[in-house]
Ligand binder design. Structure first.
Ligand code: COA
Length: 155
């Protein structure tokens, strides 16, 4: 499916600086705005995964991440982002696959998310993964944009 040699693993403290850079470019910052040093352990329901590659010097570079919560039998995607130069190579899809497997393992029955109405790449990604548009949440985002509420029933 793709030729990029990336791996997906649990996010750790050493990844936070790179994730902050990535989310600042791509998303409403969550980690960057966090006042807590324990951002990885503050929410016991939160799950975080990073996609990484090795650069030519052999250093591990974060090129994407997903942040979601599993709360008993439901899950919510809070954030997903991929660095611009690595888009359209299946990384978000692979991050969703890892989340889907973890949800299945935890007997999650439905996964929900909100996405900006004009975010065509993300809406397409989620629809491809089986999410359905359920409703509009008006003025959901700080800039006044509406959100589409999407749900996927699983198990
Ligand atoms: N236009 C249309 N469909 C797109 C798309 C685009 N620009 N980017 C992804 N998709 C859809 C396609 O169906 C694609 O499958 P295909 O390549 O076989 O056609 C599918 O998503 C999987 O693409 P993938 O390569 O795994 O996605 P990605 O790694 O490029 O990451 C985002 C997708 C949305 C995470 C990425 O564009 C991003 O980081 N955007 C900024 C952050 C953001 O908006 N996050 C979502 C907030 S809710």
């Amino acid at each position: 499916m793709n030729n990029l040699d990336f791996k997906i693993r649990k996010m750790n403290e050493g990844d936070i600086a790179q994730v902050v850079l990535l989310e600042k470019k791509a998303l409403t910052p969550f980690f960057a705005n966090s006042k807590s040093k324990d951002v990885l352990s503050d929410n016991p329901f939160a799950r975080l995964k990073v996609a990484t590659i090795q650069n030519e010097k052999g250093n591990e570079i974060v090129i994407g991440f997903i942040h979601y919560w599993i709360t008993f039998d439901s899950a919510t995607i809070a954030q997903i982002a991929v660095q611009s130069e690595f888009k359209r190579q299946g990384i978000a899809n692979a991050l969703l696959k890892v989340m889907n497997e973890e949800c299945s393992f935890n007997n999650v029955r439905s996964i929900t998310l909100e996405v900006k109405v004009d975010n065509i790449p993300a809406i397409s990604l989620y629809e491809k993964d089986g999410f359905k548009k359920v409703s509009i949440k008006e003025h959901y985002y700080e800039d006044g944009t509406d959100a589409i509420y999407m749900v996927k029933e699983v198990n």
